[in-house]
Design a binder for this molecule. Structure first.
Ligand code: PLP
Ligand code: ZN
Length: 453
């Protein structure tokens, strides 16, 4: 296997190339985002599909990993694989969700649950590659800004790789499960007085002025790892490509990486058909939606993003141009859902036996909203009940148990850090599918009566 890899500026008027041995996040000439581009040799596609599948039965760490199993499509030649840091990430299941399908009005619905990763979110797919690149570059100290899951993942992989790690989180605005992970994995945890967007700006400037290596998804190596979500999914579906993939949108790294995966897989001949990418944002953190519907050439940012789905509470998503490219390439769409819709969709998924983070439930909420639109909408917007749809669930239910408990206690608005902002903007939330705990005396007869036995 002898591919060649380099950075390439995503601006079609620039397209300048740089070696991946440089520590770059943006084009030095025009400061646009960078892709990792490949000069692939002639690939034996059926042969590689077979190799990808066979590695599932191997016990080698690189084959067990749901990311490195697809290493022929990653920017690490075999002589560099000794740098790889893996925790056995990936291998996340595709599950049927019949109750959720019914709820949204689809004949069937599959979910791919990326919350089954070593640190409980999809971030591990990208982090294994970015931390491996940090090792290849010889970096000593890495950093990220995070709404919680990036920091949890980065801290774990850095602990594994023996790298110093600093995470910058918005004080009081990340879920406890995520904070606890970061502390346990030994990262220096810096609570910034400000929101994610403030923390992001700070850490970007720091990484330019100091030796810190930046691990946010502006780092193109993160997106390379996340590409393998599509490979893993298609392998699990025996390469029967779905009609649509629905994904939450925060900093937009995930949707961007799926778009890049689809472009490369099409070009290489792994797929003929391109599923539509549908990105769903929270209505209080909807910069991509605003940009799309106003056909703006520049990002329309949200000054103060708000949503209880803290993983997607982002007003200035770094990867918005790449996400727009993914929508253009796949004839996709971006839409928004309310706090109420997110909360109820999460409870419905729960009834399928599938727990997830609030941010992940935007997918089912978005499907319900799009399914309810009448005829006459554009084809990229409307969904046929007979479509094969895969919803990407991004994080584990236990990341944010406080949200779930408050929902079932019909107390969700109490959860809000910015309680007043939320009540003002979205009204008091109702818990349509609440499953309240019941109090009963420690008495057998009373319990028999309660259980209706
Ligand atoms: C990071 C994250 C998101 C947002 O993903 P982006 O790539 O930033 O759009 C959504 N859900 C969960 C659980 C996350 O951790
Ligand atoms: Zn450029």
């Amino acid at each position: 296997m002898n591919s060649q890899f380099f950075f390439r500026c995503i601006d079609p008027r620039c397209c300048r190339q740089f070696p991946i041995t440089e520590k770059l996040y943006q084009c030095p000439a025009c400061s646009d985002l960078l892709d990792i581009a490949y000069l692939f040799p002639e690939l034996d596609v059926p042969g590689l599909r077979r190799v990808f599948r066979e590695r599932r039965t191997s016990n080698r760490p690189l084959d067990i990993s749901g990311v490195w199993r697809f290493r022929e499509l990653l920017p690490f030649p075999s002589e560099d694989l000794h740098h790889v840091v893996t925790l056995g990430e990936g291998n996340n299941p595709v599950l049927d969700a019949p109750r959720s399908a019914d709820y949204v009005g689809l004949k069937r619905l599959k979910v791919k649950h990326l919350g089954w990763n070593p640190t409980g979110s999809f971030k591990d797919y990208g982090m294994t590659v970015a931390v491996s690149q940090a090792r290849r570059l010889g970096s000593q100290y890495v950093a990220c800004a995070s709404t919680g899951n990036t920091s949890a993942s980065m801290a774990a992989y850095c602990a594994r790789a023996n790298l110093k790690a600093a995470v910058f989180i918005p004080e009081g605005q990340i879920a406890y499960g995520k904070l606890s992970q970061t502390l346990d994995y030994g990262a220096l945890t810096v609570q910034i007085h400000g929101d994610f967007d403030v923390a992001m700006t700070l850490v970007r400037e720091l990484s330019e002025e100091t030796g810190l290596y930046l691990m946010n998804s502006i780092n193109p190596f993160r997106l390379e790892g996340q590409k393998t979500v599509m490979l893993e999914l298609f392998d699990q579906l025996d390469w029967k490509i779905p009609d649509r993939i629905v994904v939450p949108g925060g900093n937009l790294g995930n949707s961007s990486s799926y778009g890049k995966a689809l472009m490369e897989l099409k070009e290489l001949g792994f797929i003929d058909k391109v599923p539509r990418i549908t990105i769903i944002q929270a209505s209080g953190a909807d910069p991509l939606y605003r940009t799309l519907v106003t056909s703006s050439l520049d990002l329309v940012p949200v000054k103060k993003a708000w949503t209880l789905a803290s993983a997607i509470k982002i007003g200035r998503p770094i990867s918005w141009k790449k996400a727009m490219r993914a929508l253009n390439f796949s004839d996709g769409w971006c839409d928004v859902v309310s706090e109420q819709e997110i909360a109820d969709a999460k409870a419905v998924l729960g009834r399928d036996g599938i727990g997830c983070e609030p941010a992940s439930a935007t997918t089912v909420a978005g499907l319900k909203r799009l399914m309810s639109l009448g005829e006459g909408e554009k084809p990229e917007v409307t969904i046929d009940p007979d479509e094969d749809v895969v919803a990407i669930l991004t994080g584990h239910q236990l990341k944010d148990p406080e949200y779930t408990v408050n929902y079932h206690l019909d107390n969700l608005y109490e959860h809000a850090t910015y309680k007043n902002v939320l009540v003002e903007k979205s009204g008091k939330l109702k818990s349509t599918f609440a499953n309240q705990p019941v109090q009963v005396a420690a008495d057998k007869q009373a319990i028999i009566k309660l259980l209706g036995l």
